[in-house]
Ligand binder design. Structure first.
Ligand SMILES: Cc1cc2nc3c(=O)[nH]c(=O)nc-3n(C[C@H](O)[C@H](O)[C@H](O)COP(=O)(O)OP(=O)(O)OC[C@H]3O[C@@H](n4cnc5c(N)ncnc54)[C@H](O)[C@@H]3O)c2cc1C
Length: 923
C-alpha cells in the first residue's frame, strides 16, 4: 500500500499538488505551466530583493532558499522560545539549513516542553502514531525510532526529545531554567533595530539582545477547573485528569465520573479500564467525536487530504458499534447528497479504540448533561439525573499561558507574526477542528509548514514586507486572556496567501507535505498496523474480562476495520479526488488565468505597461497598485444571509468557479449557510474576466469559410467568387460564430457586474471600475416574461443603427467593438432589457442585410421565416419540463444543476433569437 501511495504521486494525477489545492480551497494550485508563468513574472520581481526564483534548489526533500550567502545575516542571535516539540523542530531545521546563529530559551531544565513534562500523566501515551511525531520531521532521512512503540508513552517521548537534542548538540545552544518576562522591540528590525528580552533565572535577571524571536510557548498551562456545591459532602476522590496528579490506587473498583469529553477523557477511559475501575460515566455538554485509530492511520498516510464524507464514513464503521449516526452528529455539517461534509468541534479528535470498546460493553457510558451539585457519593445533573460514583475526574481542558500576550507585547497578529513584525512569529497548536478535508490528526506536519515559513522570512525578511498587509489580521481582544493562540482557519488563510505570493515557498511546503505520508507509511505499513490495532483490541477485551468489568463469556466483538475495507475506501476516495482534479483542470483550462499571474500582475499594475497593453479593460490596469493593496488588506468578506438573487449569483457562478467558498455552521434548524469571498479571489476573478473579455471582444472580421477545405474568404473575395470556394464547395458565413462570441461577451458582462456589485455592496470594496459596465441582465422567471411582453415589437431607437435599405451594404455596420458600445444604466430595469434587445435586433438586422445580399448575388429566393419551436424541453434535476413552465418559475430554476441551468439558458436564448429573426424577416 505504501508503494501504491508513493506511486500515485508520480502519475498524471499529482496527489501532492492536488492536496495543496484542497488546502488552499480557492484557486491556487499549480500546474507546471503556471509555475513557469509565475517564475517569469517573478523574474520581473515586484519585490526589491531581485532574487531570481529559478535559482531555488531542492535538496533531498528539503530546500535551500537561495544560497546561505544570500540570506540575511544578523548582528544578534535568533532566539527560539521553548524547548517543546515546536522549539526543537525549529532548531533542528535551522541546523539542517546550516543556520547556527540561534539560542533556545526554556523555563524547564530539559527539552520536551510543558506538554510532556508537565501536562501529560505518567499513563499518557501519544494518541496519534509515532511515524510523523519526530523532532526531525523535516529531515527525509530520519524516521521514527523502530524500537519505540507505535503509541509511545510520555517518558518515551521525553527520551526521544532529549536524545534528539543531544544528537544535534542543542544542549549547548539552550539556556535552561530561564524565563522570558518581557519583550521590547527597539527600532526597525529590518534596518538595524533589535529585540530586547528581559529574562529571569532562579536567582538572577538579565537582558538579552536578539535580532529575531521565534516563539513556541505551547498552549497547555493550567487545567480548567470547576467547583460544584456539595463537594465537601461528596466523600469520594475528586481530581483533574491531567497534570499527573491522579492517585491511580483510587481508581480500582471505583465508579468514576469523568467530566468533559476531550482528548484527556479518551485517555482516562483507557486508564480506568487498565486500573480496574468498575464503571466509567462520562458527563459532557457536547459529545465530541473521537477518532478511531484506523482513521488516524488513514489520514496520516494519505498524500492528499481526505474529503470529509470519507472521514465520516470511516468514523461510522466504529460508531456503528455504539448505534451513533455520525452523519447526524452535531459536529458534522453535510450537504444534502453528502458529497461534502465539514467537521467542526472545539477540541481535536482524541484518537482511540479502547474508548469505543468500553462504551460497547457498557463499561463506559456517555451522559449528556451538566453537573449541578454533589452530595454523598452522588453527582446531580441539572436535568435531575443522579449518578452514583466515588471518583470525579475533571477533564475540562487547559488554559493557555495567560501572561504571554503581555510578555510578547501582543497588539495584533498579521498572519502569525506578532504586531506584523517579520522577525517575531509565534507557533502554537491550533485549537479544535474545522475542516472539510483531513490531512492528519498529528501536530508535526502542521508545525513543519509554519517552521519552513518562519525560516523563509528569517532568511529574507524583506519579502515579508510586501505581503504583510495582505495577511489576515487579528487584533487583541482584552476579554480574552490568550490572544496568542490562533484558530486553524487563521493559519490556513495565511498559508493560502503566502503560497500564492511565493512559488518557491509553496514548492518547499509541497515537498514537506509529501514527507507526512512517506514517513507515516514507512513506520506503519497497513498490514503491520492493522494487526497491531487488532491485537490491542483483543487484548483489551480480554483485560476487561480478566478484570471482571465484563462477563467472562461476553461475546467478542469484531474489530470494525479490515484490510479489504481500507483498500476499498482508499480506492474510492482517490477516484473521487481524481475526478475533482480533472474537473478543476478543465475549468482552469477554460479560465486561462492563474492566481500567480493575477497577484503579480496586480502588484505590478502601476508600472507594467506590457500588461496594460495586453488586455481590453484599461481602467482595471490604471487602478493604482496601492489601491489593490488596500483591497487586499481587507479581511475575507463574509456574507451571512444573502438574499435570494445574490445567493443565486453565488451558487450558479461563483461557488462552482471556486471564487467564493460556501461555508456552513450549526445543524438542523440552526444550520446557517454563509459565504466567504476572499479579496484575492475577487482579484483573481477580475483578472480572469479581464482576459476573457479581451479574447471575446477582439474584433473578428466577417469572413466566409469553406467547410470542405477550410479556406477563408473576406466579404469582397467571397462576393467576387460568387460565394463558391475554388474547390467548388459553397461558402458559409462565420457570422454565427461572431454572434456566439457576442452572446458570451454579454454574459460575461453580467458576471463582472455581479461580482463587482457583490463585493462593493458588501464591504465597500474599492473594486476596479470597468470602463464598460454590463449592458445585459439576463431576465429570469417572471421578470423575463414581463420584459418579453414589453419588448416584443421593439423598434430600434437609435437612428444610426436603423437597417440599411435592402440591397445596399451597410455603411456603418453595427460593430462589436467595445469602445463603441453604449453605456448602460442599472441592470434590472426594463429600459436596459429593451436596450439589450435593441442590440440583438441590430445584430440580426445586419445579418439579415448580409443574407439578403448573399441571396441577391446568388439569385436566390427571399428566405422563409424560420419555424420557431414554441416550447422546448429543459431539465430540472434530471426531470424534463416545458421551457415555458420553467421560465415563469424561479424556484425551478434555482433547483437546476449548473449544467441544466446553462443548457436552459442557451435553449431560451436560442429561442429568443429565432423568434426575433423570424419577426424581422417578415417586417
Ligand atoms: C497530554 C497531551 C497529549 C498529546 N498528544 C498528542 C498526540 O498524540 N499527537 C499530537 O500530534 N499532539 C499531541 N498533543 C499536542 C501537543 O501539545 C503537541 O504535540 C506538542 O507537544 C506541543 O509542543 P509545543 O512546543 O508547541 O508546546 P510545549 O510542549 O508546551 O512547549 C512550550 C515550551 O515553551 C516554554 N515556554 C513558554 N513560555 C516561556 C517563557 N516565557 N519563558 C521560557 N520558556 C517558556 C515552556 O516551558 C515549554 O517547555 C498532546 C498534548 C497533550 C497535552
Amino acid at each position: 500500500m505504501a508503494a501504491e501511495r508513493a506511486q500515485s504521486a508520480d502519475q498524471t494525477f499529482d496527489a501532492g499538488r492536488f492536496g495543496r489545492w484542497l488546502r488552499m480551497m480557492l484557486v491556487s494550485f499549480y500546474t507546471d505551466e503556471e509555475a513557469a508563468v509565475a517564475d517569469a513574472l517573478c523574474a520581473e520581481s515586484w519585490h526589491q530583493d531581485g532574487i531570481a526564483r529559478r535559482s531555488t534548489t531542492m535538496s533531498g526533500g528539503g530546500y535551500t532558499n537561495g544560497s546561505a550567502a544570500s540570506r540575511r545575516q544578523y548582528d544578534h542571535p535568533i532566539v527560539i522560545l521553548g524547548g517543546g516539540m515546536g522549539g526543537l523542530m525549529t532548531a533542528v531545521d535551522f541546523l539542517r539549513q546550516d543556520r547556527k546563529d540561534f539560542i533556545i530559551l526554556e523555563r524547564y531544565e530539559a527539552f520536551g516542553g510543558t506538554t510532556w513534562r508537565d501536562v501529560a500523566n505518567e499513563t499518557t501515551k501519544l494518541q496519534t502514531e509515532k511515524g510523523t511525531y519526530v523532532p526531525e520531521y523535516l529531515d527525509p532521512e530520519v524516521h521514527a525510532d523502530e524500537e519505540q512503540k507505535t503509541w509511545p508513552s510520555r517518558d518515551s517521548i521525553l527520551d526521544m526529545c532529549v536524545a534528539c537534542a543531544e544528537k544535534h548538540g542543542l544542549e549547548d545552544k539552550a539556556k535552561f531554567g530561564t524565563s522570558l518576562e518581557k519583550v521590547e522591540v527597539k527600532g526597525d528590525l529590518l534596518a538595524g533595530g533589535h529585540i530586547e528580552l528581559s529574562l529571569t533565572t532562579e536567582d538572577a535577571s538579565e537582558t538579552l539582545k536578539c535580532s529575531a524571536l521565534i516563539s513556541c510557548p505551547g498552549v497547555f498551562y493550567n487545567p480548567i477547573d470547576l467547583k460544584w456545591p456539595g463537594r465537601e459532602d461528596f466523600g469520594g476522590y475528586i481530581t483533574h485528569g491531567s497534570y499527573d496528579g491522579i492517585n491511580y490506587d483510587k481508581l480500582k473498583d471505583a465508579s468514576v465520573c469523568i467530566v468533559g469529553h476531550g482528548g484527556f477523557t479518551i485517555e482516562n477511559v483507557r486508564t480506568c479500564v487498565e486500573r480496574k475501575s468498575k464503571k466509567v460515566y462520562v458527563v459532557c455538554r457536547h459529545r465530541h467525536l473521537a477518532g478511531p485509530k484506523m482513521v488516524s492511520w488513514m489520514v496520516s498516510g494519505a498524500a492528499v487530504p481526505i474529503p470529509g464524507p470519507f472521514i465520516v464514513e470511516a468514523f461510522q464503521k466504529m460508531y456503528d458499534l455504539l448505534g451513533v449516526d455520525v452523519w447526524s452528529h452535531p459536529v458534522v455539517n453535510a450537504n444534502a447528497d453528502r458529497s461534502s461534509a465539514v467537521l467542526t468541534q472545539t477540541t481535536t479528535f482524541g484518537v482511540t479504540d479502547i474508548y469505543f470498546l468500553a462504551c460497547y460493553y457498557k463499561v463506559c457510558e456517555v451522559i449528556h448533561g451538566e453537573i449541578d451539585k454533589l452530595s454523598k457519593g452522588k453527582v446531580h445533573l441539572k436535568d435531575g439525573k443522579e449518578i452514583e460514583c466515588n471518583v470525579i475526574m475533571k477533564c475540562l481542558g487547559s488554559h493557555g499561558a495567560t501572561d504571554f500576550d503581555d510578555i510578547i507585547g501582543f497588539k495584533f497578529y498579521q498572519g502569525w507574526w506578532v504586531n506584523g513584525e517579520a522577525l517575531m512569529p509565534v507557533m502554537a497548536p491550533a485549537k479544535g477542528v474545522q475542516a472539510k478535508n483531513f490531512a492528519g490528526f498529528s501536530l508535526a506536519p502542521g508545525y513543519a509548514g509554519q517552521i519552513i515559513t518562519n525560516r523563509y522570512f528569517i532568511d529574507h525578511p524583506e519579502k515579508f514586507v510586501g505581503v504583510r498587509d495582505w495577511l489576515p489580521k487579528t487584533t487583541r481582544d482584552d476579554h480574552y486572556e490568550c490572544n496568542y493562540i490562533y484558530k486553524g482557519a487563521h493559519v490556513l488563510a495565511t498559508m493560502v496567501l503566502l503560497q500564492t505570493q511565493f512559488p518557491d515557498l509553496a514548492a518547499e511546503l509541497a515537498e514537506a507535505d509529501k514527507l507526512k505520508a512517506y514517513k507515516h507509511m514507512k513506520a506503519h505499513p497497513l498490514d503491520k498496523h492493522l494487526s497491531e490495532c487488532l491485537a490491542e483490541w483483543k487484548m483489551y477485551i480480554k483485560m476487561m474480562k480478566d478484570n471482571g468489568q465484563i462477563p467472562a463469556d461476553a461475546e467478542e466483538i469484531e474489530y470494525p476495520y479490515n484490510e479489504e475495507m481500507i483498500m476499498e475506501m482508499d480506492g474510492r476516495y482517490k477516484a473521487a479526488l481524481t475526478a475533482e482534479w480533472e474537473k478543476m483542470m478543465s475549468k482552469k483550462a477554460k479560465a486561462g488565468c492563474t492566481s500567480y499571474e493575477l497577484v503579480h500582475a496586480l502588484a505590478r499594475a502601476g508600472s507594467a505597461s506590457s500588461v496594460k497593453e495586453s488586455v481590453g479593460y484599461r481602467r482595471i490596469l490604471e487602478f493604482p497598485a496601492w489601491r489593490y493593496r488596500q483591497q487586499a488588506k481587507m479581511k475575507d468578506v463574509t456574507l451571512a444571509r444573502p438574499d435570494r438573487q445574490v445567493r443565486q449569483v453565488l451558487e450558479r457562478r461563483l461557488v462552482p468557479d471556486c471564487i467564493v467558498d460556501r461555508c456552513a455552521e450549526g445543524t438542523g434548524d440552526k444550520l446557517q449557510t454563509f459565504y466567504r469571498i476572499s479579496p484575492v479571489a475577487v482579484a483573481v476573478a477580475a483578472k480572469r474576466f479581464q482576459l476573457l473579455e479581451a479574447s471575446l471582444s477582439a474584433k473578428v472580421e466577417e469572413q466566409y469559410i469553406c467547410s470542405k477545405c477550410n479556406r477563408l474568404y473576406d466579404t469582397l473575395k467571397a462576393m467576387s467568387a460568387s460565394f463558391t470556394c475554388e474547390c467548388g464547395q459553397a461558402l458559409a458565413s462565420t457570422a454565427e460564430e461572431s454572434e456566439a462570441r457576442r452572446d458570451r461577451l454579454q454574459r460575461f458582462h453580467v458576471q463582472c457586474k455581479d461580482l463587482l456589485q457583490l463585493t462593493q455592496e458588501l464591504e465597500n470594496l474599492p473594486g476596479p471600475q470597468f470602463e464598460h459596465p454590463p449592458k445585459v441582465k439576463k431576465p429570469r422567471g417572471a421578470a423575463k416574461q414581463a420584459a418579453k411582453a414589453k419588448t416584443a415589437p421593439v423598434a430600434p431607437k437609435n437612428p444610426t443603427s436603423q437597417p440599411e435599405p435592402l440591397g445596399d451594404p451597410p455603411a456603418n455596420p453595427p460593430t462589436q467593438d467595445l469602445e463603441a458600445a453604449p453605456q448602460s444604466g442599472t441592470a434590472a430595469d426594463a429600459s436596459e432589457i429593451s436596450k439589450t434587445l435593441e442590440e440583438e435586433v441590430c445584430s440580426v438586422q445586419s445579418k439579415r442585410t448580409r443574407a439578403s445580399l448573399e441571396d441577391r448575388l446568388r439569385g436566390a429566393q427571399q428566405s422563409q421565416p424560420e419555424k420557431v419551436e414554441e416550447d422546448a424541453i429543459v431539465f430540472v434535476r434530471g426531470q424534463p419540463l416545458p421551457l415555458s413552465r420553467v421560465l415563469g418559475d424561479d424556484d425551478l430554476q434555482e433547483q437546476m444543476t449548473d449544467q441544466e441551468y446553462q443548457s436552459f439558458y442557451d435553449v431560451d436564448r436560442d429561442l429568443q433569437h429565432r423568434k426575433l429573426r423570424s419577426l424581422l424577416s417578415y417586417r
